[in-house]
Design a protein around this ligand. Structure first.
Ligand code: AMP
Length: 192
C-alpha cells in the first residue's frame, strides 16, 4: 500500500506516520528526516540543503526528486510505503506519478491532516518542550512562519490537486492523537 500523508508543519504527520508504519509494517519515508540525516552525516547533499532548510524554504524539486527516487527503489519499499513531507507542491506530485508509473505502482490512499493554522504555533512550541530529541533548527517562530507560508503557497494547492481522487480523505488533525489514529485506521481499513 502506498500512502501519502499531507498536512502543515506541526499537524502530527510524523506521529501518525509512525502509527501507520507499525500497523502496516511498511516504511515511513520522510524527506525531511532523510535531509536532516544527510546534514548530520555531512554529505554533499547535506551541505547543499542545510541553509535552505534552516531558513524554512523548500529544497529544489530536482534535489528532492533524486532523494525520493533513490529511496522508493530500495528493497524495503516493495510492498509499499508512507510518504511524509513529499510531495510538497504540484510539480512534485506530477513527478511522483511518473516515478510510480515506472515501477507499475499507484497511490492507494491520500490523507490530509486538517489543522487550524492559528493553533500550529502553540503545537510546535510544545513539541520542542516535550521531547528534547525533537528540537529542530527550523522550529524557531520566525522560521516556522516561513515554513507555514511555504505550505500555504506551495503545498496547500495539493488539496485541490488530489480532491478528485476517490482515495483522498481529509481527517481532522485537531482531534486527540488517538482519535486521529482511529480515523486513519478506519480510512485505511485496518482491522485492529
Ligand atoms: P519536514 O521535516 O517535512 O518539515 O521538512 C523539513 C524541511 O526539509 C522543509 O522545510 C524543507 O526545507 C525540506 N524538505 C522536506 N521535504 C521537502 C520536499 N518534498 N520538497 C522540498 N523541500 C523539502
Amino acid at each position: 500500500m502506498i500512502i501519502i500523508l499531507l498536512g502543515p508543519p506541526g499537524s502530527g504527520k510524523g506521529t501518525q506516520a509512525a502509527f501507520i508504519q507499525k500497523k502496516l509494517s511498511i516504511p515511513h519515508l520522510s524527506t525531511g528526516d532523510i535531509l536532516r540525516k544527510s546534514i548530520k552525516d555531512g554529505t554533499e547533499l547535506g551541505n547543499t540543503v542545510e541553509k535552505i532548510m534552516a531558513n524554512g524554504e523548500l529544497v529544489s524539486d530536482k534535489i528532492i526528486l533524486n532523494v525520493i527516487k533513490g529511496r522508493v527503489m530500495q528493497d524495503d519499499c516493495k510492498s509499499g510505503f508512507i510518504l511524509d513531507g513529499y510531495p510538497r507542491n504540484v510539480k512534485q506530485a506530477e513527478s511522483l506519478n511518473l516515478i510510480l508509473k515506472e515501477v507499475n505502482k499507484e497511490i492507494n490512499k491520500i490523507i490530509l491532516l486538517d489543522v487550524n493554522f492559528d493553533s500550529l504555533k502553540t503545537r510546535i512550541a510544545n513539541r520542542s518542550k516535550e521531547n528534547t530529541d525533537e528540537i529542530r533548527a527550523d522550529d524557531t517562530s520566525e522560521v516556522l512562519i516561513k515554513r507555514l507560508k511555504e505550505y500555504k503557497n506551495q503545498t496547500a494547492p495539493l488539496e485541490i490537486y488530489y480532491s478528485n481522487n476517490i482515495n483522498f480523505n481529509k481527517i481532522n488533525g485537531m482531534d486527540s492523537i488517538s482519535n486521529v489514529s482511529h480515523n486513519i485506521k478506519k480510512f485505511l481499513d485496518i482491522a485492529n
